[in-house]
Design a binder for this molecule. Sequence first.
Ligand SMILES: Cc1cc2nc3c(=O)[nH]c(=O)nc-3n(C[C@H](O)[C@H](O)[C@H](O)COP(=O)(O)OP(=O)(O)OC[C@H]3O[C@@H](n4cnc5c(N)ncnc54)[C@H](O)[C@@H]3O)c2cc1C
Length: 427
Amino acid sequence: MHTADIQSSLWTDTAIEAPPTSSLIGERRADAVVIGGGYTGLSAALHLAEAGADVVLLEAATAGFGASGRNNGQVIPAYTRHNPDDVVREFGVEQGERLNEWVAGSADLVFSLIRDHDIDCDAVQNGWLQPAHAESRMAMVRAKHDQWAARGAPVEIIDRAGIAKLTGSPIYHGGWMHRSGGHIQPLSFARGLARAAIDAGAAIHCETPALELRRDGNAWRVVTPGGAVHAETVLLATNAYTDQLWPGLARSFVPVRSFHIATETLGANVAASILPGGQGLSDTRQALWAFRPDREGRLVTTCMPFTTFGVRDALRRSTVKRLRQAFPQIAETDFRYIWECKVAMTVDRLPRYHELAAGLYAGLGYSGRGIAIGTAMGKFLAERALGQGGTDLPIPKAPVQSLPLHDLIVPLSRILVLYYRWRDYRA
Ligand SMILES: Cc1cc2nc3c(=O)[nH]c(=O)nc-3n(C[C@H](O)[C@H](O)[C@H](O)COP(=O)(O)OP(=O)(O)OC[C@H]3O[C@@H](n4cnc5c(N)ncnc54)[C@H](O)[C@@H]3O)c2cc1C
């Protein structure tokens, strides 16, 4: 196995074209301004425009520039860490079950948007797999399965022989599948959402960072390098790429640097023996192992480094080991692509919805599960901007809490990766 010809992102090389956009020049008014052009912001803009609102989306770079254009593409309608019963314990039965129902329906929302807007993003809703990497993690797998099953989710438990067949890997002890999950080409989904939002009447301005957010009478004035937008409502959808626009927001989560590596197209026999049903998987390790096939038979895997020096070489070496361990049938392959992005981790791994001031809302902190939950958050933010939803919100309002010693937590989170690896090994 060698690692020649590393290129940049697989997704930029294989995505559909982005719709043409221009940067904002001049001053204008709108009903709502969305800041950030990932799934959260694009879904918010689409739902607002479909409801007839005059909406302007400002994106500092391009649609899908952040994590939305660079992730693993697994559509997962479940929490990163919590089980549904934990959520009920934390928020009470009514709020907890509303949140559970909202999360459970989030993958269906993604796939229905893809169908309704004819988004060409290699979407496959064939289930999401979470195999147990150790016998001791089967209790966790059963709890997740049983608790989602009790709420009517389309889930199933899989024994050791079954998981070996589904994954093509001999290392797993069993697992569970959520049948409403699946996978997508992440950048194509972001670009498709952008096109759908524009078709519905939204104005999307790329290469247009929001520099300042100022109260202006009963409205907000969002200042950009070439102009400004006045609107009563502003939705912040900047997630791990949040800057200093709103005090304290960037310090309320940990931005974790993560990488992806994609193999070259695997030979037909090998490709047919790995994840033969075409599902993606994220196993029970805390230092995540996630694999998914792309449409041309490459395997795309996620990795979190614990070092900042020589990180790409170190990751290539550890990925070779990981692939050989998980899929011994891969004898020889090149890695064609390695790329990085940031994931916004909250301390408890639950997403956050903030009402920051009158007419100013934010949704973020999906902790690695933002395709389905971020898209649902965008729809929810649009409903808030339209004054819908009443008081029984699916996701509770949270105050912004700056993490103490945030500057230290970011480097420490790399050491945490080592600790997670140790725990995974012990399991
Ligand atoms: C390595 C990795 C793998 C992942 N894999 C998965 C997966 O398989 N499944 C899953 O569900 N989730 C996954 N995720 C998480 C998922 O990608 C994110 O949760 C999701 O993309 C967040 O979408 P978003 O729109 O909230 O933020 P982003 O997509 O990050 O978008 C934020 C945007 O805001 C813009 N911005 C920031 N500041 C400003 C400003 N001042 N003005 C204008 N624009 C601004 C940025 O340029 C950026 O484009 C993964 C994340 C990582 C890092």
